[in-house]
Ligand binder design. Structure first.
Ligand code: SAM
Length: 343
């Protein structure tokens, strides 16, 4: 994902070697200040994210679950060819969504193994505990790595691979980051490989705004928890009550951005960085982008990244899509069992 720039890494002689410390230093030294969303997920952050997913306003998980539960069979048909393949899920989490697809693939007689890739070994243990019972047929090959680093060295395999990148995680990369990530993935793919990608779609702006600013304040607590994490892990002296969650959504671009806004002029020491950071009243710290897409944006993004859309599965409300993308230069279209539908 976002990389710390070399210059920032080299200009400090006080920095310890924690990536978290390096990224916080780089982010709070930037204009505007920013923090990286990958650090949301400490133990408390995991709990709060579960609570967000369970909140009535957060529609994304429900939509994608509906697609996988109700369209698993056609999705499995679109994905499978006559040759064995490995399903590689990037950022799998605990496997709660993909299980429907695994079952549909098995029911369809697909010859496949499943490789969940996640940076968190703990979450992969949960995944194994969730998926193994009742699925003696499942060939599970979990891998605890940073998928960005892993993809950089990955070359097309002899066996066919189908990658899965669900949950509209792509939307957290920003436009350039998304093309960079997809291009990296594309280079690791052979002509018969495919990508199943989950993307959140543009819709009534009120629905999107509510999803990132729930009435119970869980999303606010989730964002503010990163300040608490800096306090615990880096000796920071943030007063979370000195900041407010200030999300915004621009319907024209489809960008939903989360910010924390400083409620007063304040100076915050962070011991591990041996620095104080000043925040003016009203100053905003950028936390995360969650991009929403329309069909034209998806067509543009897929083409720029070297893919074409071969199949498109949407929930009943048309709020979310799971799509099968295939490499543009390959001839996978001719081998898809149900032909190339949308795109
Ligand atoms: C929000 S969860 C989504 C889980 C699942 N894909 C879904 O859609 O429900 C994101 C997962 O990606 C993992 N993750 C984030 N960045 C990663 C990286 N660079 N390498 C590997 N895993 C990563 C996190 O540990 C987390 O389990």
């Amino acid at each position: 994902m976002n990389r710390v720039r070399g210059g920032l890494l080299n200009d400090s002689d006080v920095l310890n070697d924690s990536a978290f410390a390096r990224d916080v230093l780089a982010g709070l030294s930037a204009t505007p200040k920013r923090l990286m969303s990958r650090y949301f997920y400490d133990e408390r952050g995991d709990e709060l994210f579960q609570a967000i997913m369970a909140s009535p306003e957060y529609y994304l998980t429900d939509c994608e679950l509906e697609i996988l539960r109700e369209q698993g069979e056609p999705m499995a048909t679109a994905m499978a060819t006559d040759e064995p393949f490995e399903l590689v899920e990037l950022g799998s989490g605990d496997g709660s969504k993909i299980r429907y697809l695994l079952d549909a693939l098995q029911a369809n007689g697909a010859d496949f193994s499943y490789r969940p890739v996640d940076i968190s070994a703990a979450v992969l243990d949960q995944l194994a505990g969730r998926l193994r019972p009742g699925r003696p047929w499942l060939e599970l090959r979990p891998m605890a790595v940073n998928y960005m680093a892993w993809l950089e060295d990955l070359v097309p395999g002899e066996q066919r691979r189908v990658f899965a990148f669900m949950g509209s995680n792509l939307g957290n990369f920003g436009d350039e980051g998304a093309v960079g990530f997809l291009s990296l993935l594309r280079r690791a793919m052979g002509p018969r490989d495919a990508l199943l990608i989950g993307l959140d779609l543009k819709k009534d702006p009120a629905i999107i705004r509510a999803a990132y600013n729930d009435a119970a304040g869980v999303t606010a607590a989730f964002n503010l928890n990163l300040l608490a994490r800096i306090n615990h892990e880096l000796g920071g002296e943030f007063d979370p009550a000195g900041f407010e969650h200030a999300p915004e959504y621009d319907p024209a671009t489809g960008a939903a951005r989360s910010w924390l806004r400083s409620l007063r002029d304040q100076r915050v020491p962070i011991a591990a960085l041996e620095r104080d950071f000043t925040f003016a009243q009203g100053e905003r710290v950028f936390m995360e982008i969650s991009q929403k897409y329309d069909d034209a944006m998806i067509a543009d993004l897929s083409t720029r990244s070297g893919f074409r859309v071969a199949a498109d599965f949407r929930d009943r409300r048309g709020w979310f899509t799971d799509q099968l993308w295939v490499p543009l230069t390959g001839d996978r279209g001719s081998t898809l069992k149900n032909g190339p539908p949308a795109g």
